[in-house]
Design a protein around this ligand. Sequence first.
Ligand code: MRU
Length: 368
Amino acid sequence: MDININDIDTVRLNDAGDAIEIIDQTLLPERIEVLSLADQHDIWHAINLLQVRGAPAIGITAGFALYLAAREIGGEMMCDSPDHVIKESFFKKLAEAKDYLNSSRPTAVNLSWALNRVEKVAKDRGDDGRKCDCIKIKEIIELMKKEALDIYNEDIEVCRKIGEYALTLVKKGDGLITHCNAGKLATVRFGTATSVMYLGKEMGYDFKVYCDETRPLLQGARLTAFELASSGMDVTLLCDNMSASLMKSGRINAAFVGCDRVAANGDTANKIGTSMLALAAKRNNVPFYVCAPTSTIDMSTPSGKDIVIEQRGGDEVTSMWYKHPMAPKGINVYNPSFDVTEADLITGIITEKGIIKAPFEKGLEALF
Ligand code: MRU
């Protein structure tokens, strides 16, 4: 039986609650394979290798990973009374697991956001003022599991809301362009930038969707084109260097992209090439919208200059995807994985709480 990618969650906790299941995105679109992972090192590698990727999905995965790490740590540390563990060493090991998981990728703020949330419920329960050196582990782990599941469930609702707000900005028959994959495969279900497309499809909007292939890792071609086409959407693929020409032809009414971190001034880090698309949109009077769950907004980062941009290996540019290397052996490669789109190129930031327009500082601050 053929499996449709839209029928499987990108990431979920299994029914036994002892492992996560992720779609291995490095194999798409050729093969749909679900990996079951329980060990924090395996999950670290899955995030680092982009088997699971996209800011919200990274956060959800990390939240589950910290819960799974707590199960493991707690199991190793029983003290005299059954079901109790030594408080100090439990929290020390939990903090180590958190730091480790947080080091898997640098740019998407959802990673630390989710880890902090899941750690906080454990700490709050642990800081209950009791003198005893022990804590009841089952209770703490249940609280962490619930928090991680809340993050997962909230994502579905948040994405839907972003789509509903985005629908107010478009009309039937519009041509929409997107970059990278801010789709279902970067979240649990609807995606952020693609939510408007999925909801519009349900409501008969007949959008013509265009997606950039997104060099060098081809998230647009391998993932966005795949998931949208699998849902029966009218989707056309183009190389990244073709979007300006497409906009000039008048076929694009709006651009919707995702983001990995929005700074307090509205500057936004997203997949490399996003700022090029924003520049072309500005020149061609195409409104450029950033779809941002509040979990991706980082008010502690003042501007785009302060966002750490992941640098990745040169082989992604020179040889990956090619049967033979497509560049001279040993050539220097510039391969930043993200770029920053300055706030003045952004028409609006669409969150689950509403659409923010310039001046972004004020609007973003009001969200929190
Ligand atoms: O390197 P990736 O594939 O994790 O990059 C993903 C993106 O840049 C997405 O656009 C972003 O995370 C938003 S996902 C809703």
